[in-house]
Design a protein around this ligand. Structure first.
Ligand SMILES: [Zn+2]
Ligand SMILES: [Zn+2]
Ligand SMILES: [Zn+2]
Length: 356
């Protein structure tokens, strides 16, 4: 489809999907969470082997120098980062080394014996000459009017180069780059340019993070902290024979299993979602938590209660995960203090009813 046919106001689904896929890479998540939490930027650093590189990102993602750069490019293309130019470095066109030295030489005979002299202007008489022509032992004396120069009576008028070999005064020098690694010499025109950037989180990425795109690993941290281990695959078969996906399935050492679904979004969940989830949970028959943000309407909470859905809510994903953590903590304490299983009591109750 030509670009002009696209509705400019519509979000590009392809880019959003690719962004979401990228968020699932563990290194990317570590990087983005750290940048977000520390409100930090990615800045390049320079070394003589690679030139500009991003060691902070290499460390967090485990990627090499070039892989890291293409990852940063990709993330910028997908709107995760904004970038601003930091610097341009020069690389050897032959071996790509950034270890470059610059040689200046006479454009007439290529001699490297360049003598550099400052130009001085005597303000009173307007005479301009090289500094060496003004020098008389420890004083500066104007060669034209013979006056002694005092501070403020003259100004620096630039510099002047003279070739030590052919004696010509040179207005400009021949500039040549030399690679310290392979010895190649090259002009600026032939040099490879290495651009470096400062990357910062875009507003899109910040919104995605606030929306809880990284909930999966936070959720894992929470359940593991409360003594569960993660079970894979994240699929359970219901008694109807249907396979159901979950965001997380976790089991305690004692074999107690829970399932967790997460729904973080811009809008409150709808009533039919509660109904749907209830069907799924009943079919699977495990202790199932549904974690949502923002909070739903009170009538949906009542519906969830009546359908025995363990609904965990928060205004933000962070709040919801926090209350889930508290629920797991109190569930665990509850298990410890319970003298026996509920089924024992209900059986006992039945038995008593039977006898009375
Ligand atoms: Zn003078
Ligand atoms: Zn010369
Ligand atoms: Zn080289």
């Amino acid at each position: 489809m030509p670009i002009s046919d696209k509705n400019p106001g519509a979000p590009d689904l392809n880019i959003m999907e690719r962004r979401t896929a990228l968020y699932k890479e563990p290194g990317v998540e570590r990087l983005l969470r750290e940048l977000f939490e520390k409100d930090a930027k990615i800045e390049p650093s320079f070394d003589l082997e690679y030139g500009y590189r991003y060691p902070q990102v290499e460390k967090l993602t485990g990627h090499g120098v070039d892989e890291t750069k293409s990852l940063l490019n990709k993330m910028t293309d997908l709107g995760i980062f904004n970038k601003e130019k930091f610097d341009e470095g020069i690389l050897c066109p032959k071996c790509r080394s950034p270890n470059i030295t610059i040689n200046y030489s006479c454009p007439y005979d290529n001699s490297k014996e360049i003598e550099r002299d400052s130009l001085i202007e005597h303000l009173a008489c307007g005479h301009i000459d090289t500094l060496s022509h003004f020098k008389r032992e420890n004083d500066l004396v104007c060669p034209r009017c013979k006056a002694n120069l005092t501070p403020g009576s003259y100004r620096n008028a630039g510099s002047w180069n003279t070739c030590g070999s052919c004696g010509r005064r040179l207005e400009s020098l021949w500039v040549l780059h030399k690679c310290r690694k392979c010895g190649a010499t090259f002009t600026f025109e032939d040099a490879q340019i290495q651009e470096s950037y400062i990357y910062s989180l875009s507003e899109f990425a910040k919104a995605d993070i606030k929306r809880g795109v990284f909930f999966a690993s936070q959720l894992r941290e929470i359940v593991e902290r409360h003594g569960y281990s993660i079970t894979t695959p994240l699929v359970l078969k219901g008694s109807s024979g249907i396979d159901y996906d979950f965001d997380l399935i976790a089991t305690t050492k004692e074999g107690k299993r829970i399932t967790i679904d997460v729904n973080f979004g811009e809008t409150k969940i709808a009533r039919n979602m509660v109904m749907e989830m209830s069907g799924k949970y009943r079919d699977v028959g495990e202790k199932s938590y549904l974690i949502i943000a923002p909070k739903t309407e009170p009538e949906n909470q009542n519906l969830a209660d009546s359908l025995q859905i363990k609904l965990v809510q928060g205004e933000t994903p962070g709040d919801a995960l926090e209350s889930f953590s508290q629920i797991l903590a109190s569930d665990r304490d509850g298990d410890k203090t319970k003298p026996s299983k509920r089924s024992f009591f209900s059986n006992l109750k039945k038995a008593l009813n039977y006898w009375t």
